[in-house]
Ligand binder design. Structure first.
Ligand code: FAD
Length: 397
């Protein structure tokens, strides 16, 4: 921590702090928790300032363009173009607090090779020097999309202030079909024919996750611990008096659900349903004394099939049918499915609820559950959060 940015927790922080700030990080440890979930421990000088309210608090991880690792020594990696031809970018903008926490529409980068790696390293060095400039995001947007760093959304899994460390659990997700101009996504993941084809089917974060080593650099846009007020970025907002919880998600939501299991009081009751890639991943989830954790390996079944069926089953167990409501259709291939009930002042929309539901994961599965729970079961929309964390066949932009 530098002299200029440090102050004691009980000292009065500056009034004009932004809600989020960039943290320059280095990978200090990598651990495969399960076959599909890899824990990255990041270490940074000023982690004391990293806000960690827990639950589903999201962060942005900023990585070198295309996911080529940049560290103490730049390595040569396979020179495939980095995104599959299907990498359509959302035209929707996922607006967060102020302008600092936004995903924007970009074109997919093309090209590859050693020259591109050099450019990436140069762009990364330049971009990472912007970390403390006020309009880093505007500068980032103005950069060439083919070489600027990529921004992806993750969840804070743990922070150890005494060691200056932040853990982020990242899914090692499989590549999509990418071959000879055929549609890259046909509803299923397939095994790539060779290593290069496999690399081509991965998003930049997935490439980075597979290739990163201790010593590699990244930046994290995280909450400012000393900001006074609601920073945003946390969507588990349960009524103060909640009789039961229904929590559901896939592997991308598993880190948030793990934190919920650790942080919800022992008196909490309910069911958590989690679909993970394989049975071997199921040990990832911690248990809770009052919330039954039902974890399923997907195996060869389509993504979300098990999650949808098991959440429907749990909903029927936990709440009687209500009055069905119409739901507006959402085009998840162009818009972001993100419905989080809040009070006008930011807190829970209701003071009490017999059931609070939090669902996150692949947008198609979340959309199916939204239709079922609201339009068919009549669940009260003021006590259910639906979040499309990612969309099959579409890159986060
Ligand atoms: C609030 C929030 C919190 C999140 N927290 C986490 C977290 O803690 N850990 C975590 O691992 N992920 C998390 N995610 C999901 C993560 O942001 C996405 O998986 C992200 O798209 C991965 O980026 P990428 O560069 O690998 O792929 P993109 O460039 O975004 O996409 C490239 C291709 O890969 C596909 N793809 C993307 N993600 C997956 C996946 N998981 N499985 C299969 N195919 C995929 C896309 O459909 C697309 O076709 C979170 C997302 C949100 C919105």
């Amino acid at each position: 921590m530098t002299e200029s940015t440090s102050y004691a927790l009980d000292a009065c922080p500056p009034a004009d702090l932004p809600p989020f700030r960039l943290f320059r990080m280095t990978v200090s440890a990598i651990e495969d928790l399960t076959p599909s979930i890899r824990r990255f421990t990041f270490r940074g000088e000023d982690v004391e300032h990293f806000g960690d309210p827990g639950l589903d608090q999201r962060i942005k991880v900023i990585l070198p363009a295309g996911g080529e690792a940049v560290g103490s020594a730049t390595r040569t990696l396979p020179s495939a173009s980095r995104l599959g031809p299907d990498s359509r970018c959302a035209t929707a903008t996922h607006q967060e607090t102020a302008s600092t926490f936004t995903t924007a529409s970009t074109s997919p980068p093309n090209g590859g090779g050693a020259q591109m790696l050099d450019l990436n390293a140069t762009a990364w060095a330049w971009a990472s020097s912007l970390w403390d400039t006020p309009d880093w995001y505007g500068t980032w947007r103005a950069m060439d999309p083919s070489t600027r760093p990529v921004i992806r959304t993750y969840t804070t899994r743990a922070v150890r202030y005494e060691r200056g460390e932040v853990d982020v659990d990242m899914v090692v997700h499989p590549p999509l079909r990418v071959a000879h101009g055929e549609p890259a996504y046909e509803g299923e993941h397939v095994k790539a024919a060779d290593e290069e084809a496999e690399e081509r089917g991965l998003g930049p974060a997935a490439r980075w996750i597979r290739n990163a080593r201790v010593g590699d650099e990244a930046m994290i846009l995280g909450r400012n611990r000393y900001f006074v007020g609601d920073c945003g970025g946390q969507d588990f907002i349960a009524p103060a008096l909640t009789e039961a919880f229904l929590i559901g998600g896939d592997e991308t939501a598993a880190p948030a659900i793990a934190r919920m299991m650790e942080e919800l009081p022992a008196s909490a009751r309910g069911v958590a349903v989690v679909e993970l890639p394989s049975d071997a991943d199921c040990s990832y989830l911690p248990t809770h004394p009052g919330i039954e954790v039902r974890v399923f390996g997907r195996g060869d079944r389509p993504h979300g099939e098990r999650l949808v069926a098991e959440v429907m089953r749990a909903a029927a167990e936990l709440s009687p049918p209500g009055v069905a409501h119409e739901v507006e259709e959402i085009d998840i291939d162009h818009d972001i499915l993100w419905e989080v009930p809040r009070h006008a002042k930011g807190g829970a929309a209701l003071k009490r609820a017999s059931l609070y539901t939090w669902l996150a994961g692949e947008a198609g599965a979340v959309k199916t559950l939204r239709r079922h729970l609201v339009a068919e079961r009549g669940m009260d929309r003021r006590s259910v959060a639906f979040m499309g964390y990612w969309r099959l066949g579409r890159a986060e932009c």
